[in-house]
Design a binder for this molecule. Structure first.
Ligand SMILES: NC(=O)c1ccc[n+]([C@@H]2O[C@H](COP(=O)([O-])OP(=O)(O)OC[C@H]3O[C@@H](n4cnc5c(N)ncnc54)[C@H](OP(=O)(O)O)[C@@H]3O)[C@@H](O)[C@H]2O)c1
Length: 328
């Protein structure tokens, strides 16, 4: 089982035992998690803390983030510290970078977890059909009950794609080059798989890494948002269901692959920076309206496992669909 570094079979003791069995980190290993005041991000912090890492829990809302960090401190995890971070605000990203540099000198693991679903609920449809939000997320309702409009689409792309990029741009220079390798884990989604696009040409273009660029991805997001603004997005390459969320994750996945290539070319071969994406599974959190197959613990484990893979087993530029390597 090469990719099963951290497994919670049942109960916390098992998590700790499995962590120890393949441990490459120590209490000086710094892990930063974005969007960690609740949901999967908070649980990733808890699991990192259980494994003995030095955890930086970040959140856009300082009160919420501080409270979440304190709750972990109260559980006995003194190795968790809060710092404010709004991933859509470049100044906030660089303020975090400068604090990390002063306090810790560098970081070893970055988990880009912050995300929003970009959904704007159609209240009139819900009222007319007497449907609750949880029911709206069900398969049979996916094409109905949501309004696709510019503001929420832009917020979604800004958070899930540009937000992750801003954080990486600010924190990449802080990654420490150890023999164990620094790690960037972007929390992607199976909704960001290329098969969700309605256009084989675009699928091919996004698969062709040699000819892909960040400029193309930025242009693609611009085209999508322009189409939404002009209410002309239907019948094009964009997915019909949850288009903003899916497009933002498509771009995040492609960016992850590009970044993995860039760092591989930029640094000498003995310097390792592992950059991967993880789809945590369909997890019961606020983003899914509380629906899902997995608990937050199970979803977070899928991310923690990849972040803590032993160096010899850690790929780069790959997508993990829960526990398995997947196809973009
Ligand atoms: N749950 C699933 O089934 C599922 C499946 C696939 C992928 N994912 C991905 O998993 C990640 C975590 O989602 P979740 O399920 O844990 O949802 P969640 O409970 O809604 O948590 C999302 C987190 O992101 C934070 N966030 C949003 N915008 C932010 C910003 N601008 N700056 C900093 N933080 C921000 C939220 O903070 P606030 O509290 O301030 O809003 C919250 O802490 C997301 O990237 C999501 O796309 C989830």
């Amino acid at each position: 089982m090469p990719y099963f570094c951290v497994i919670r079979v049942e109960g916390d003791d098992e998590t700790v035992r499995m962590c120890r069995s393949c441990k490459w980190w120590n209490e000086g290993t710094v892990a930063v998690v974005t969007g960690a005041n609740k949901g999967i991000g908070l649980e990733v912090c808890r699991q990192f803390a259980t494994c003995g890492l030095n955890v930086i829990l970040t959140a856009r809302d300082a009160d919420k983030g501080q409270k979440s960090a304190e709750s972990l401190n109260n559980e006995g995890f003194q190795n968790v510290t809060f710092h404010q971070l709004d991933v859509t605000d470049k100044r906030s990203c660089f303020a975090l970078a400068s604090w990390l540099s002063e306090e810790h000198g560098g970081i070893d693991i970055l988990v880009n977890n912050a995300g929003i679903n970009g959904l704007l609920v159609d209240e009139a449809y819900m009222n007319e059909n007497d449907i609750k939000l949880e029911d709206l997320m069900k398969e049979e309702h996916r094409s109905k009950g949501f309004i696709i409009e510019y503001e929420s689409a832009k917020a979604c792309v800004d958070t899930n794609y540009y937000g992750a990029k801003y954080v990486i741009e600010a924190l990449l220079p802080l990654l420490r080059f150890s023999a164990q390798g620094a790690r960037v884990v972007n929390v992607g989604s199976n909704f960001g798989l290329l098969k969700n696009l309605n256009c084989s040409k675009l699928q091919q273009k996004l698969s062709d890494l040699d000819n892909l660029s960040e400029a193309f991805l930025d242009e693609l997001m611009k085209m999508y948002l322009t189409d939404v603004k002009q209410k002309s997005w239907e019948g094009k390459c964009w997915p019909l269901h949850f288009p903003s969320y899916k497009m933002s994750k498509v771009a995040l996945h492609a960016y992850t692959r590009l970044l993995a290539l860039q760092v591989q070319k930029k640094y000498p071969t003995d310097v390792k920076v592992f950059v991967n994406c993880v789809h945590p599974g369909f997890v019961r959190t606020d983003i899914t309206g509380g629906r899902g197959r997995l608990s937050v613990q199970e979803g977070a484990e899928n991310i923690v496992r990849v972040a803590l893979l032993p160096p010899a087993e850690c790929p780069s530029g790959q997508l993990f669909l829960e526990r398995q390597l997947g196809v973009f």
